[in-house]
Ligand binder design. Sequence first.
Ligand code: ADP
Ligand code: TRP
Length: 347
Amino acid sequence: MDRPVILTGLRANNDLHIGNYFGALLPIVDMANRRAGAYEVHLFVPDLHSFTTPIDHSLLQAQIMHNLKLFVAAGLPLDNPNVHIYRQSYIPAHSELAIILNSFTGMGQLGRMTQYKDKSGKLGDDIVSVGLFDYPVLMAADILLYGTQYVPVGDDQTQHLEFARDIAERMNSKFATELFIVPEPVAKQREFFGGATGQPKGLRIKDLIDPTKKMSKSDESGRGIIFLGDTPEAAVKKIMGATTDSLGAVNLDPDNQPGIANLLQIVALLSNQSLDTVAEMHQGQTEYGTFKKQVAEAVQAFLVDFQARLAAVDEVKLLEKLLASETKMNDVANETLLRVQAAVGLR
Ligand code: ADP
Ligand code: TRP
C-alpha cells in the first residue's frame, strides 16, 4: 500500500460508554472522514485480545458485531475504499507474526509493562494468563503487519506502542533494515493527532459516583457509567444520582468540585461547545437539582438520537464491507508475513 497507514483497535469486551465514544471512537471516525483521502485508515476489533482477562464467552460474538455497528452509527464512512474494518482473528497472519515475534522478545520487557502489572494484580482467583503477558506482542503484530505509521491510542497504551517500535527496530537491525516500517515515535504521533495520541485534549470523562476516577467499563456496578446502550430513562436516573458536593454553586473547579466539573464536561461534549462556554452558561447556578436535570435532558437527547442511528445501520452493507476488508487485509498482511518468514529462514 502506498498511502501512510493510520491504525487502531477497539476492544469488544463490553458495551462502550460515553467516555469511549468521545475519547476514542469519535476522534477516529472524525479522522477517517477527514484523512482517508491521503491515508489508509484501519479500525479493527482485536477480538483475540478480548479474553486476555476472563470474560463471558457466550456474549463475545454478539458484542463484536454490536461494536462494529457502533462504529457505523458514530459516522464511520463505509463507502470510502481507504477505510478498512476487520476482525483480528479473521486474519490469521496476526497470530502467526505474534508467534514469530515472541522469540525475539524478552520476558523481562513484557513483565515490566504497566498494563500487565495492573491487570495481573487484579485477577483474584483467576490465573494470570500467558495471553495477558503476551498482549503487547500481538498488538505489535497488529501494527507492524500493515506498515502502520500512526496509532491513535489513549495514554495507557503508549507503552505498548513503544514496544511495537522497539521490536520493529530490533528485527530490522537483526535481519534486514526494511523488514518493518517503524511507527512514528509517541511525540510525533501527538503532534500528528494534535494532542495526546488519539485524544485531542487528553479527555477523561469521570465516573458519576466517584468523580475522582475515570469512567471505565471495567467498573462492576455500572452505576456511574453512561453506556451507549443504556435506555434514556436509566441514563437520566444515573445523572440525577451523580455525586456532587455541598458547596451549592456550579463552578468549573475540578479539584474542589470534581462531580460538577464532570457534568459540565459531559454537557460540553454533547452540545459540541467548549467547556469554558458551558461553564460560563451555568456559572453560579445554585440548584444542583435543576442543573442535573438540564444535564440529564442533554444525555437523554443524545441517546435517543444515537440509538436511532444505531437502529438504522444497514447490517447487510456493514457485513459486505467487513468481508471485503478482511479479504483485502489478508492479502496485505500475508505479504508482510511472508517477508518475515523468509527473513527468519522459514521460507
Ligand atoms: P475502559 O477503561 O472503559 O475499559 P479502555 O481502557 O478499553 O476503556 O479504553 C478504550 C478507549 O477509550 C481508549 O482509547 C481510552 O483512552 C478511551 N477512554 C476510556 N475511558 C475513557 C474516559 N473515561 N474518557 C475518555 N476516554 C476514555
Ligand atoms: N490494546 C488496545 C486497547 O486496549 C487495543 C488494541 C489492540 C490496539 N491492538 C491494537 C490499539 C493495535 C492500536 C493498535 O485499547
